[in-house]
Write a protein that binds this ligand. Structure first.
Ligand SMILES: [Zn+2]
Length: 968
């Protein structure tokens, strides 16, 4: 069966992804549709347009935001937010790339899926995109009163200010622009805040007319939804268009015949003692891969060179002492002509020449000597494991297929080619044993003159200088305005605000399709778990179909450790896997892990127990392997747990430097998480530990540790030994295995032997009492945006809320906070979080231009909850919360979740009771949360991570509001 409006171009079975793949062309418009039919319940739809920008005004990005603000069929202010609030989506977003804009959705519920698809199709093809939406999402002048200064406002304008505050983002943009100066990749597709105000509404409208047309669309459907219906849905929309010719071709960058050098700066500080504010990378433009085998080959070469800390190029760079951590790391093929990048961050900019020489010399050396057989075998096994497992984590699998297909499809290639791999892999495996990769290093890098060495360094004056340029521009614009012009700007400001405050008509809101409560499962989903004892250790087993892979987690209870040892845990965990063991160095250990397993990782689990019995705090080592190699994987576990080279000072120093650089890089993009952690540090034990292992305290700890590794290594090493000797014992351990029945039968014996080899000590719980007092703090970072938080522990304030509070919170997040903090405030985001078991509550904003204004919004949140709540809003919010509870998990995550629920005291009875409370949410639950939020307003603590000027201004306005210190 097919549809008369479409012609079929291809029809193939792709065994590797267990899918029937059909490629269609819409006869009337030329739209192309890739229809993948498989048994995946998590259905995916995505429509993508080629949108190559010609400048750095962020036009494609602003349009991506704006089409989701109301359409012909759904003329409400924010259909996207209605979907966010009240659908069972497992994915819902839109993304602007340097050459395309993609609109993907996913859901496990068929009716919900169709709702999402319809709202998205109407949004992209028939958006309202009014001038007010352009101003709100893009940019506009704002004037609060006739004598106030003129300012820029706009969601994307602020979002990009945040992006340009992150040195890593600045480096990324600088590098891409440097390699492709003559093409669309030479522009900033997200938008440069300095250029965004050049964009006009007319250009913006024209961009939509030009590119958002079926003739320029590539659509993907994937999953178990009926295939014929897909074409029916699309034709209903596409048949309203006539075919047009669209020139959206991404032009090829002409090749250079000599390398270039480019440098830039970012707003940041310089350490007067030792400069380490620089980043340097060596980059190449390479020719597009001509076959699937070539794509895999590029991926494998990147892995061989830099895929893990033992890979020769990464190892040489990190051991050089020239920087704190590697950047780049291989070939990325999301641009028409791929790029390759290798470099270092945390460097003295004066060392740029040394770093360039080191990259080139190391590549030349590897091209001469080749990779060892062990290295190649480890890389091949790792690749093959990943290709076969297709573990996309929480990301819908169909979306991975969509983006893989677009890689070739967008530029006129075959969308099916990137979905298969067997033939290509077999052929590459043969070649990998020869000198294939040596030749590739020569042709892609050493003999390729299209190379740019990029250097970025801090400029301490840049922030103030750019702020002044912006202020000067605005005051000269203001000076050029007549009284009447100013009055008009003031009027527009007020009109936009009034529009933002206005509510949609109930009949329009009702047009957004939604599920009803009757469509929801009343019961929780459970995961099979059997419990037993193996070799004296507690063992959990989850009988689930895993396609022949065994997923193993080994957990150790952290309560046995002295509190002073806790900040060492993240690095201690890395040291287990990256220092080597008594019998082999870390290069050889890394290769053994690559040859034997699908990967071994270390991580920590931390939460206030749901049953009120204190804190669950665990260290985990997790690995996966095929049955034949399960025993060999356990040997690796034993080796690293009992015999890691904790005396390897050089490796430990490099890891500490990388960890510190990683923490600093996280401050800006992850600022809301840092604020959240800090707010909760004084509220609960789990919050306090999280601050020690990932918050600002951790950042300060790392700064000091890096010095102590040089000044007092013996003390550091003895701490690491103490952790190992105390933590690893079978008395306070849990074994968690998720796999098929047949593997479990033989694994029990191997796990018993493994457990018996561990010490049988029984340490008591250490004393974790602490005196971290919550405070109102301003943590200074060199950024133009803020992360504003306010929080409290609702239990400590005397409130005992039900699980239904999650519904009230969801509505608060998607209406009041979205409107006030994002739409009107101009922040990229604003939301609240509440953890029922601990009672911890926090308001958080993301890339926020405001500070005290946002705090006022938080303090008035209770009023919003007391307002009349429509039935539609209530039902949608319940659906949204249930959708979150029922998020699909990959099989390894299912087994892990089941274990974690046991470790943190979440029984199935408790989960069902909470689900019942959520399904029965009423207005009383909103009022209960409102009372609690009044208490947060009165007694909560404030933590702000942000620019010094903003924090000082807030303290001037409200003296004593924040005690100020540098974040790190
Ligand atoms: Zn955006």
């Amino acid at each position: 069966m097919s549809h008369p409006a479409f012609e079929i171009v291809r029809d193939e079975n792709i065994a590797e992804i267990n899918s029937q793949a059909k490629l269609y062309r819409h006869k009337k418009t030329g739209a192309e549709v890739l229809s993948l039919v498989n048994d995946d319940e998590n259905k995916v739809f995505g429509i993508t347009f080629k949108t190559p920008p010609e400048d750095s005004t962020g036009i494609a990005h602003i349009l991506e935001h704006s089409v989701l603000c109301g359409s012909e069929k759904y003329p409400v202010k924010k259909p996207f937010v209605e979907l966010l609030k009240g659908s069972m989506h497992t994915f819902l977003n839109a993304m602007t790339f340097p050459d395309k804009t993609a609109y993907p959705v996913a859901s496990q519920n068929l009716k919900d899926f169709y709702n999402l698809v319809d709202v998205y199709l109407d949004a992209v093809l028939f958006p309202l995109i009014s001038e007010e939406t352009f101003e709100q999402e893009g940019w506009h002048y704002e004037l609060e009163s006739l004598d106030a200064p003129l300012v820029y406002k706009g969601v994307v304008f602020n979002e990009m200010k945040g992006v340009y505050s992150s040195p890593d983002s600045v480096m990324h943009t600088l590098t891409q622009n440097a390699l492709y100066p003559d093409t669309t990749y030479g522009k900033s597709s997200g938008g440069d805040p300095k250029v965004i105000p050049e964009l006009t509404y007319e250009q913006f409208k024209r961009f939509h007319r030009t590119y958002y047309h079926p003739s320029n669309a590539r659509v993907v459907f994937a999953g178990d939804d009926p295939a014929d219906k897909r074409l029916e849905i699309l034709d209903a929309y596409f048949s309203r268009f006539e075919r047009i010719a669209i020139d959206a071709e991404v032009k090829l960058q002409p090749r250079w015949n000599a390398p270039r050098a480019v440098s830039g700066t970012y707003a940041g500080t310089i350490d007067p003692d030792k400069r380490r504010d620089g980043m340097v990378s060596v980059n190449w433009m390479i020719e597009p891969a001509q076959s699937r085998e070539e794509v895999l080959s590029h991926g494998m070469l990147s892995y061989l060179l830099a895929g893990n800390s033992a890979a020769p190029l990464r190892k040489t760079l990190t051991e050089s002492g020239l920087g704190e951590g590697m950047i780049g790391g291989g070939i990325s093929s999301y641009l028409r002509q791929p790029m390759a990048s290798f470099g270092l961050k945390g460097v003295d900019p004066a060392d740029a020449g040394k770093i360039e020489a080191l990259v080139l010399d190391t590549l030349a050396e590897i091209a001469r000597t080749g990779f060892s057989a062990e290295q190649v075998e480890a890389a091949v096994n790792t690749f093959e494991f990943n290709l076969r497992e297709q573990n996309t984590g929480s990301y819908p699998r169909g979306m991975t297929y969509m983006f893989n297909a677009l890689g070739t499809w967008l530029h006129g290639g075959d969308p099916l080619a990137p979905l298969s791999f067997e033939t290509a892999l077999e052929s590459l495996k043969q070649k990998a044993r020869g000198e294939h990769f040596q030749g590739l290093i020569r042709s892609l890098f050493l003999d390729n003159p299209h190379r740019a060495t990029v250097k970025l360094e801090a400029d301490p004056d840049q922030g103030a200088r750019e702020a002044k340029v912006e202020a000067d521009t605005l005051s000269s614009v203001r000076a050029g305005l007549s009284e009447a012009d100013l009055a008009a700007v003031l009027e527009r400001t007020e009109r936009l605000k009034a529009l933002q405050e206005s509510v949609d008509k109930p009949e329009d809101l009702a047009r957004i399709p939604t599920l009803t409560l009757a469509d929801l499962d009343r019961s929780i989903r459970t995961i099979p778990t059997e419990e037993c004892t193996l070799g004296g250790a507690r063992a959990l087993y989850h009988r689930l179909p895993t396609l022949g892979i065994a997923y193993l987690d080994i957990g150790f209870d952290l309560h046995v450790l002295d509190k002073a040892l806790l900040p060492y845990l993240p690095l201690f965990g890395r040291a287990l896997l990256q220092t080597g063991t008594g019998k082999e160095d870390f290069v050889s250990l890394t290769q053994r892990i690559g040859r034997t397993t699908g990967g071994i990782a270390q991580h920590r689990g931390l939460a206030t127990r749901q049953d009120g019995a204190g804190t669950a705090a665990w260290f985990f080592l997790s690995g996966k392997a095929v049955p034949d190699k399960f025993g060999a994987m356990l040997e690796i576990f034993s080796d690293v747990l009992l015999d890691a080279r904790l005396d390897n000072r050089e490796r430990f120093r490099q890891m500490a430097l990388e960890e510190k650089a990683g923490f600093e890089a996280r401050l800006v993009p992850g600022g809301n998480g840092i604020v959240d952690t800090r707010l909760k540090a004084g509220l609960t034990e789990a919050g306090w530990i999280a601050e020690q292992m990932s918050g600002v305290s951790y950042g300060r700890f790392l700064k000091d540790l890096v010095k102590r590794i040089d000044s007092d290594w013996e003390a550091v090493e003895s701490v690491l030994r103490r952790i190992r000797d105390t933590l690893f014992n079978r008395g306070r351990m849990v074994i968690n295995l998720t796999t098929d029945e047949a593997i479990w039968d033989r694994a029990q014996g191997e796990l018993t032997t493994f457990a018996q080899a561990l010490p049988d000590t029984h340490h008591a719980d250490a004393d974790w009492s602490h005196d971290f007092a919550p405070a109102d703090e301003g943590l200074v970072i060199p950024a133009q945006v803020n992360y504003v938080g306010k929080g409290a522990n609702l239990k400590a304030l005397g409130f005992d809320l039900s699980a239904a509070s999650a519904v009230a919170l969801r509505l608060l997040n998607t209406t009041y906070l979205w409107d006030k903090v994002r739409v009107q405030g101009g922040a990229y985001g604003g939301s609240s979080r509440f953890d029922l078991s601990s009672g911890n509550f926090a308001f958080l904003s993301y890339r926020d231009p405001n500070l005290t204004k946002t705090l006022d919004v938080y303090d008035n949140a209770a009023k919003a909850l007391r307002a009349e709540i429509g039935e539609t809003d209530l039902v949608r919010s319940v659906i949204g919360v249930v959708g979150d509870l029922d998020r699909p998990e990959f099989v390894d995550a299912k087994g892990y979740s089941a274990m974690w629920r046991i470790l943190n005291g979440t029984s199935d009875e408790l989960r069902q009771r909470r689900r019942d409370e959520i399904l029965a949410t009423s207005r009383a639950d909103f009022l209960a949360l409102a009372d609690a939020l009044d208490a947060v307003a009165a007694q909560g603590h404030v933590v702000v991570l942000g620019g010094e000027a903003a924090i000082n201004a807030a303290n001037e306005k409200q003296p004593g509001l924040l005690s100020v210190s540098k974040a790190v």
